[in-house]
Design a protein around this ligand. Structure first.
Ligand code: FDA
Length: 395
């Protein structure tokens, strides 16, 4: 067997975190090889943000992340901030805009971000080996030996940046978790996050007329709430507010929808009843909500008759149905459509300044494989950039 090619750093995964880390390590003069089984680098970047890549969030901070240890992300996010990535995008001349809630997107295409990273990697002297399957990883006296279908590589530092399980069709695997377990690191249980929620068939049938209806709503789960778009689909609920809450929701939990969170439905219906009691409740509600939603709620809560027939108690019931609609999703659409994987490599086993495994010197975990998961809105890429950058300073 031929001797393994000696390098300083092997990065497993040419995604957002892996490319960032490899660039930084390369700029420090380290000899870096990035291995990926995919045919192209940064595939999730390319399809992200509807093809425009929501590459960061201007306000990214630890409160925007879920983790068994909520303080873990603080150090990396402080050392490499959203502003640092924006400066990189600006230096490259990529035009961008803020869409909403601090979410920054390319004006043109997400490909510009992938090209920036692969060009930077090349300039930093890093080598990208695509379509390469890793067949084994062994601990060596002064590092690791990584066996692949294209020969073996020996390295001092091994950086695992293989992402989560979301969208297996795009090459996502649980490989990073296997490596962590193999080296004795603990895992936090994984589950799909930022994912549409499904409803039971009986409820779905009743809500069938709403498929396609969207509102600017508020969704709550306990004390956590998000006010963003909410969409009824033929499978259940989707839209940014639902994706956000899905990361907090657990099977068996209830969520509460407010479909017109800034409208006092009770007060408005009372006014309308006083002004024109002969109106049908559905017609009155349709001035406050999308028509199909107004119809469904009025049919369910008001029955036949007009506004004048409805007592204050009945109006309150309608108000509750609109802004305090409690329901129990039956599940989620799973990894097939989830944007991220919650859980992962337990942060207790990692140094928050460097992402190095505490018990295995030279082994690093960065990006989504780590138990740090961001909200929807550019936070996940910022975690990939920040964790990749800090590891790249030392690996
Ligand atoms: P990432 O998944 O990017 O990269 C992992 C790499 O490892 C891949 O290239 C993969 O091929 C490789 N790999 C996996 N297993 C391997 C193995 N066994 N051997 C070799 N290589 C292997 N976030 C955000 O902030 N803004 C956004 O706009 C979006 N939009 C978005 C849309 C969609 C449809 C999805 C699915 C996700 C998003 N996200 C997002 C989330 C974001 O894409 C995600 O959090 C980051 O890509 C994570 O970066 P990583 O580098 O950790 O993993």
């Amino acid at each position: 067997m031929s001797r393994p090619t000696p390098v300083d750093v092997v990065v497993i995964g040419a995604g957002a975190a892996g490319l960032m880390c490899a660039i930084e390590a390369g700029r420090r003069g380290r000899r870096v090889v990035v291995l990926d089984h995919a045919r192209a680098p940064g595939e999730k970047i390319r399809i992200s943000g509807g093809g425009r890549c929501n590459f960061t969030n201007r306000d990214a901070g630890p409160r925007n992340y879920l983790s068994a240890n909520p303080g873990f992300a603080i150090s990396a996010l402080k050392r490499y901030r959203a502003q640092d990535f924006i400066a990189r995008i600006d230096r490259r001349g990529i035009a961008w805009h803020e869409k909403t809630l601090g979410q920054l997107f390319c004006d043109g295409s997400a490909r510009q971000v992938v090209d920036m990273l692969t060009d930077d990697l090349r300039e930093a002297g890093g080598e990208l080996r695509l379509a390469t399957v890793i067949t084994g990883i062994e601990r060596a006296a002064d590092g690791f030996t990584v066996a692949t279908t294209a020969g073996s590589v020996a390295c001092r530092s091994l950086v695992v940046a293989s992402g989560g399980k979301s969208i297996p069709k795009m090459g996502a695997t649980g490989f990073g978790y296997e490596i962590a377990e193999r080296f004795g690191l603990a895992l936090q249980p994984t589950r799909p996050g930022l994912v549409p929620l499904t409803l039971d068939p009986a409820l779905l049938e009743r809500l069938a007329p709403l498929a396609g209806v969207a509102v600017e709503g508020r969704v709550s789960h306990g004390k956590t709430r998000f006010e963003e778009g909410l969409l009824f689909t033929h499978r259940g609920l989707s839209g940014p507010a639902i994706l956000q809450i899905s990361s907090y929701w657990r099977e068996g939990d209830e969520i509460t929808l407010a479909l017109a969170p800034h409208t006092d439905i009770f007060a408005r219906l009372r006014e309308m009843r006083a002004a024109n009691g002969r109106q049908a409740p559905a017609t009155a509600l349709a001035t406050l909500l999308p028509k199909r939603l107004a119809q469904l709620i009025a049919e369910r809560e008001a029955g036949a008759g007009n506004l004048a027939d409805l007592s204050d108690k009945a109006l309150r019931r309608i108000d509750e149905a609109v802004n305090g609609w409690r329901l129990k999703p039956t599940g989620s659409e799973g990894y097939r459509t989830a944007e991220v994987t919650l859980g992962g490599v337990d942060t207790a086993g990692l140094d928050s300044r460097t992402m190095e495994a505490r018990t295995v010197p030279g082994l690093y975990f960065i990006g989504e494989v780590v138990d740090v998961t961001g909200w929807l809105g550019g936070y996940n890429f910022q975690w990939a950039w920040s964790s990749g950058w800090v590891a790249g300073q030392v690996a």
